[in-house]
Design a protein around this ligand. Structure first.
Ligand SMILES: Nc1ncnc2c1ncn2[C@@H]1O[C@H](COP(=O)(O)OP(=O)(O)OP(=O)(O)O)[C@@H](O)[C@H]1O
Ligand SMILES: [Mg+2]
Length: 264
């Protein structure tokens, strides 16, 4: 590791870093870090009030303007960067708005643009790999999110095979097919099924009771069509799971009244 711009670190950091002389290049080469100075973090923080105020002010400004502000803390090894950030984190922990600190130990930045570290940090935080195109990322997300969603629906199919006929699809274009209900013991369900409106009955129930918007395709009304965004979250999948389980339970009871009229 070197200082910014490839400048060799001063021997003052020798208590923290082991060095040996490079073969050809001038200066020293780093053998490795001796240790983090974690043990000393217990000592009360000294002489950082002014700097902490600067960060506090920036945080307030960020809230007020609702725009992000990136703060970079640079300094010699062992100068107190980590401790400073820890202290800031401790003091803002009580705030209602969560502050998220990203900590990374960077690759050496010899001969490269030092600010690339920030690019890497933000990108990796969003799950983007180096050299990834935006397209590649979206396709990968679609495949991964789709598998998650399919797994959830597949479990419903396994558990409730009497109600759920089939689950199929790829990526984020998925179909959930229900068994025909035109012989239902409930007059409401029977009528809707015979009129080709079964999927709309289900969709209405999910929307009113669970605030979930899943509609049937026009061509197959025993079916619900799931085509969510690549930003579908695990929480949303869990919500869909809960809503569909409830729908299935009501359907098992052949409770047409609830399907048609229930509200949240
Ligand atoms: N303001 C301070 N008051 C008291 N102790 C401090 C202060 N700043 C740092 N220290 C202590 O000095 C040691 C080194 O600090 P720290 O680990 O924060 O350095 P660093 O700049 O993050 O080092 P590195 O470059 O290796 O990541 C730690 O034990 C830390 O608790
Ligand atoms: Mg540190």
């Amino acid at each position: 590791m070197t200082g910014l711009g490839g400048r060799p670190l001063s021997p003052a950091s020798e208590f923290a870093v082991t060095y040996h002389r490079g073969d050809s290049a001038p200066g020293r080469q780093v053998g490795g870090f001796r240790q983090e100075y974690v043990a000393l973090h217990a000592v009360p923080v000294i002489d950082r009030e002014y700097d902490l105020d600067v960060l506090r002010g920036l945080l307030q400004r960020t809230r007020h303007q609702a725009t992000p502000h990136l703060v970079t803390v640079l300094g010699e090894p062992g100068i107190g960067k980590t401790r400073f950030i820890m202290e800031f984190e401790r003091r803002v922990a009580a705030n209602p708005e969560a502050v998220r600190l990203l900590v990374v130990r960077s690759r050496p930045v010899i001969g490269e643009e030092p600010l690339e570290v920030l690019y890497d940090l933000v990108a990796s935080c969003c799950g983007i790999l180096r050299g990834d195109s935006a397209d590649g990322r979206a396709y990968r997300l679609a495949a991964e999110r789709g598998d998650r969603l399919l797994a959830m629906l597949g479990r419903l199919r396994e558990e409730f095979g009497d109600i759920v006929k089939d689950v199929r699809g790829k990526g984020l274009m998925i179909r959930l097919e229900f068994h025909d209900q035109s012989e239902s013991t409930s007059e409401i369900i029977r009528d809707q099924a015979q009129a080709g409106l079964l999927g709309y009955l289900f969709a209405g129930y999910l929307l009113r009771v669970h605030a979930i918007r899943i509609f049937p395709p026009a061509s197959a009304t025993n079916t619900l069509r799931l085509e969510p965004s690549v930003y579908l979250t695990d929480d949303e999948i869990a919500r869909a799971d809960k809503g569909l389980r409830d729908l299935i339970a009501v359907l098992r009871k052949q409770d047409g009244e609830t399907l048609l009229h229930a509200h949240a």
